[in-house]
Design a protein around this ligand. Sequence first.
Ligand SMILES: *Cc1c(COP(=O)(O)O)cnc(C)c1O
Length: 486
Amino acid sequence: MASTFPLEPTGREVEALTREVVEYLAAFVDGGKETPASDFDGVEALLARVRQPIPEAGLPLKDVIDLVAAATAKGHDTTGDGWLAYVPGGGLFSAALADFLARTTNRFVGTWEAAPVLAQIEATAVRWLCDLFGYPDGARGVLTTGGSLATFSAVVTARQALLGEDFLDGIVYVTSETHGAAAKAAALAGFRRSNVRVVPTDRDPRMDPERLTALINEDKQSGLRPCVVVATVGTTNTGAIDDIDAQADVAHRSKIWLHVDAAYGGFFQLTERGRHRFGGIDRADSIVLDPHKGMFLPYGTGALLVRDGVRLRQAHEVHGGPYLQDLAPEGGIPNFADYSPELSRDARGLRVWMPITLHGIAAFRRALDEKLDLAQYLYEQLRAIPQLEVPWRPELSIVCFRCASRHWSDPERATATLLGRINASRRVFLSSTLVEGRMTIRVCILSVHTHRDRIDELLGIIRAACAEPQPDRDRQEPRGLPEPEL
Ligand SMILES: *Cc1c(COP(=O)(O)O)cnc(C)c1O
């Protein structure tokens, strides 16, 4: 029987509506291998179709799905196995199912009382992450919408714990390789922009602990208050891993907060190699993870872990208004609203808990080990291409390369041209960065879908692109040479 109210479908209608969506999704998933890695053809026409005034009447679901499908096909295929730019994740389908369940049942987990077991499921997911990093029982954490928001809460917690309310003399330490999320978090947390210090790195490029100590001492002598140092396990640029034990020693001696940004690299802690490389991470005061990267979840899931959970609560707990007076105080289950900037939010714990519960953690460990192996393989193969320079053996799953100066008259430009040619294949999509001030192409292998076949295809594309003649820098590019994408 059809529902009388269009905003409230009956169970039967829900089945029928879902079937229509699933039909598209099944085709989407099966078509993945053939989908172009990037596609901007016809974007303008589609933009015009969605730049419309608010409609008075609705459309049939079929028409809406068609439009969403067309919209999804444009841009970068961020679920594809050829998506090797920035930091991919892939988007695990079991997490999408968890979201579907969580959003259809729409339970409230901002405070535990409204859905105690679902709140505990989120607390359990956080506890698993704490266990992974050897955090004590008193540690607490929250799932956020991403690494940036988690970093914001980490910096606010450090600020509150160490500086109190007058903190304009507080100093934050980063390196040139630290993700911009740290400086942004510091700015949002109220630190002066001029109070973010960039600590020099060694060649690896890792934060130099002696230079950090020297800067902290200088700041103290100037009457300033060093507050937090941000170390990184797996920089976004090159995958470099700071020496956490050395940073922890400095932080301990100087009585400042050690925050570890593990947004890209953190889940490699599940692997033998990762654990070995992240030694000392259990000494960090706070850790940020991005399950939407290393756990392959869809966008929208970050995590913050704080070693002394009381500090996290003290920084975020504000006595609620009288309309919240019926809520139970924290029991054995945390009130997440007291640990994060958010009150109402989706029950995102399910998105982490359900894939682990369904697949077992071993499936994640195997997938991450595979990505580490693929990066080593790619590195070895790239080194055998004479036109290229591959400056570092990958520590995790990011491989950087550029056109070798011994081979090209203008290696900077040659590298840019090479990137354009690779991406014009539409079978893979890579991004570039500056390392040591030089144009560098990076391959980040972290999509759950990326396997050996696509890496071999990438190598074929790179070899062919290197073999093409380089346009003379003083002349126009020969016609037909692909321009870099958008
Ligand atoms: C991605 C990333 C961030 C930012 O996280 P978002 O989830 O994009 O907000 C911070 N640090 C590092 C190292 C990252 O790779």
